[in-house]
Ligand binder design. Structure first.
Ligand code: AMP
Ligand code: GLY
Length: 423
């Protein structure tokens, strides 16, 4: 059987790497993939990522027994529905259920209906009403474009003026239709953690905990990014917190899907704020996190292909995941200037030397031509190591990062440091 992975980031490289380890898998195709997709069992395709019909035709013609979607856009566009209509096996929620990520308000109403703890929120499409709400509630307050805004739709406003500016931008069209409605949300304080879980119609099974670093700069400062690094496990998720997450988030999530008749057979990612009042859900994503996936998949000993196929067939209950006791840390190396403008086409050296230390270098924004690898995006590489302790793993991952060079690279030097304090 062959597998098709859709997407081009570090998450997709890690998924392809893990899926290709299954003995039943002959080739993992990845579209459009990146410079890291090559080798005995991985092959890059170059089809239009938005042409779901063409992708389905490819899958039908090439013995693709499983399709895995990396980014949310295709899921929210309904790729799962299209593939299933053609009899294809695809891992992920259908278009209706994908609104859990595609609309903040859909997710909020789902959570309210099913008693999942989350921040209080109100939705507006009218500027004057939104401004009145902000003046009345005061700052800090969180402004969210309702729809998918490529990770840019959330403003944690520390002042009323900042909140009003964010609402004005969003309702004024800064995110197109995705921002035509805004959700104003209570500001929550605490530490964040990500819980990813496989879910089918009768079972939900969490994966190992993880935590990403969203901010560009050290000490979690600077602008938000797609993710500058991650680690797993996240020691902040103690056994007590696991219990709360299980009882207050995961079980009500599954029951909610059943009550609402959602066709959810895929992965759910709950972004949590661990507040003094217990865990609260900041957002749902309907796909793996990037770079959380890199760290979680490094620790997964189970056969990912088998787990996904059982999930799609509503047999997740039969599967037991197994995890390595090792820690894992991913440091994302980016092009200087990201998340703003940056240069491309810089030659990258030292990837082989880094891998010789026993780490995985997952590619994201890269192109390869023969032995030459060049930069082609903001997030370029995700150097991912595992080790017996978080401290050892941090040492190894940064020794590997030190081997890699290109003109205009940038990375954070403190990834996973806050985990040390907790163990
Ligand atoms: P989201 O895409 O909804 O997860 O928001 C992106 C980031 O904004 C989160 O990872 C948090 O750091 C922050 N955030 C979102 N909602 C809230 C909230 N209600 N209170 C405080 N911070 C938030
Ligand atoms: N790392 C955050 C995300 O994938 O949404």
């Amino acid at each position: 059987m062959n597998v098709l992975v859709l997407g081009s980031g570090g998450r997709e490289h890690a998924l392809a790497w893990k899926l290709s380890q299954s003995p039943d898998v002959e080739t993992v195709f990845c579209n459009p993939g990146n410079g890291g997709i090559y080798g005995q069992k991985m092959q890059r395709l170059c089809m239009d990522s938005d042409s779901y019909e063409e992708l389905a035709e490819f899958a039908l013609a090439n013995n693709v027994g499983l399709t895995v979607v990396g980014p949310e856009k295709a899921l929210c566009d309904g790729i799962v529905d299209r593939f299933r209509e053609k009899g294809l096996v695809i891992f992920g929620p259908d278009k209706y259920a994908a609104q859990l990520e595609g609309s903040k308000w859909f997710a909020k109403e789902f959570m309210r209906r099913h008693g999942i703890p989350t921040a209080a929120a109100t939705k507006y499409d009218d500027l004057d009403a939104a401004v009145a709400h902000i003046r009345n509630a005061g700052a800090p307050i969180v402004v969210k474009a309702d729809g998918l805004a490529a990770g840019k739709g959330v403003t944690v406003a520390l002042t009323e003026d900042e909140a009003i500016a964010a609402v004005t931008d969003s309702l004024g069209g800064a995110f197109g239709g995705a921002g035509a409605e805004v959700v104003l949300e209570e500001y929550l304080e605490g530490e964040e953690a990500s819980i990813l879980a496989f879910v089918d119609h009768s079972t939900i099974k969490p994966l190992a905990s993880s935590q990403d670093h969203k901010r560009l700069k050290e000490n979690d400062s600077g602008p938000n990014t797609g993710g500058m690094g991650a680690y797993s496990p996240a020691p902040v998720v103690s056994s007590e917190i696991w219990k709360q997450v299980h009882n207050q988030v995961l079980t009500p999530f599954l029951n909610g899907c059943r009550t609402d008749n959602l066709d959810y057979r895929g992965i759910i990612y709950a972004g949590l704020m661990l507040t003094a009042d217990g865990p609260k859900v900041l957002e749902f994503n309907v796909r793996f996190g990037d770079p959380e996936a890199q760290t979680v998949l490094m620790r997964m000993q189970s056969d990912l292909t088998e787990a996904m196929l059982l999930t799609v067939n509503n047999r997740l209950g039969e599967y037991e995941f197994s995890w390595s006791d090792l820690s894992s840390v991913c440091v994302v190396m980016v092009s200087d200037g990201y998340p703003g403008a940056y240069e491309k086409n810089r030659i990258i050296s030292g990837i082989d030397d880094a891998e010789a230390l026993g780490v995985n270098v997952f590619h994201a924004g890269t192109e390869s031509n023969g032995d030459t690898v060049t930069t082609a995006g903001g997030r370029v590489l995700g150097v991912t190591a595992s080790g017996a302790t978080i401290s050892e793993t941090i040492e190894l991952v940064y020794a590997a990062v030190d081997k890699i060079y290109w003109d205009g690279m940038y990375y954070r030097h403190d990834i996973a440091h806050k985990a040390i304090a907790r163990v």
